[in-house]
Design a protein around this ligand. Structure first.
Ligand code: CA
Ligand code: CA
Length: 252
């Protein structure tokens, strides 16, 4: 008499760690006959990557066969129940800023959601910064003793202090151009002339308080960036320096 044996059916439970990030296929309780092998395909959503794959609680990332971003994992010779879990992570990119020109400054980064609302602000930073895939980032230049010239992208200059890059999906390097404020240019109008001499003398004799960045009565902006001797004050040194330039005793 011949005795027949039906194959023993086991199951592998395949699931993801959350509803977003990607899919595992087939998923749920998947029946497998004892001794068979079973393959699973793990597909991350747009902007996500496979962060980890756990078979029975242990990482099997080293055994994942990748085709692009899509991974496959195979249980061979299945003889017991298994669990397969896929963990996804949002892909991040790097936004970097290089500067051009003699000036310098820091940057403020604002992360925006899809409605344009600010979700996070980072101040006084020097990039690079991390950016989540698909997000929008607004950068604002904060020049230090410099004038911000603009953002340069693909050879084009945008003269505004802020610029927003939308839907970032790759590493990105942008260029910010700064011009240094000239030493001796007390009213930072770009020239050194008798107005700067007079302002420096007025500050030195106490006729004006200073030196900080502020406007005088004529609307000129007085800046300590014009300091020539490193004492972080505007005074007679600047007046003498400017007079030498104005009188031709020294060259620019
Ligand atoms: Ca000036
Ligand atoms: Ca000084």
């Amino acid at each position: 008499m011949e005795v027949g044996f039906a194959p023993v059916s086991l199951h592998i439970e395949a699931f993801t760690d959350s509803d977003i990030g990607g899919k595992i296929s087939p998923s749920g309780k998947v029946a497998v006959n004892c001794g068979d092998e079973k393959s699973f395909t793990i597909t991350p959503d747009d902007c996500y990557i496979i962060k980890d794959v756990l078979a029975d609680g242990k990482s099997v990332m080293a055994d994942i066969v990748f085709n692009g971003d899509v991974g496959a994992y195979t249980f061979s010779d299945v003889r017991e129940k298994h669990a397969l879990k896929a963990v996804f992570a949002l892909r991040t990119f790097t936004l970097d800023v290089v500067t051009e020109g003699d000036g310098t400054g820091t940057f403020t980064a604002e992360y925006l959601d899809t409605d344009g609302n600010i979700t996070e602000t980072l101040s006084d930073l020097m990039p690079p910064i991390a950016v989540s895939c698909g997000s929008d980032v607004k950068l604002t230049a904060n020049p230090e003793c410099s004038d911000f010239v603009g953002w340069i992208e693909d050879g084009n200059l945008s003269g505004t202090g802020s610029m927003t890059w939308e839907d970032i999906r790759s590493d990105k390097t942008v260029t910010a151009a700064f011009d240094l404020i000239r030493r001796g240019d007390v009213n930072r109008d770009g020239n050194i002339d008798l107005k700067d001499v007079i302002l420096a003398v007025q500050i030195a004799v106490g006729a004006m308080t200073g030196p900080t960045v502020r406007s005088d009565d004529s609307g000129a902006e007085i800046t300590v960036c014009a300091d020539i001797n490193g004492d972080k004050r505007i005074g007679l040194e600047e007046a003498v320096y400017d007079l030498k330039l104005v009188s031709g005793m020294e060259e620019y």
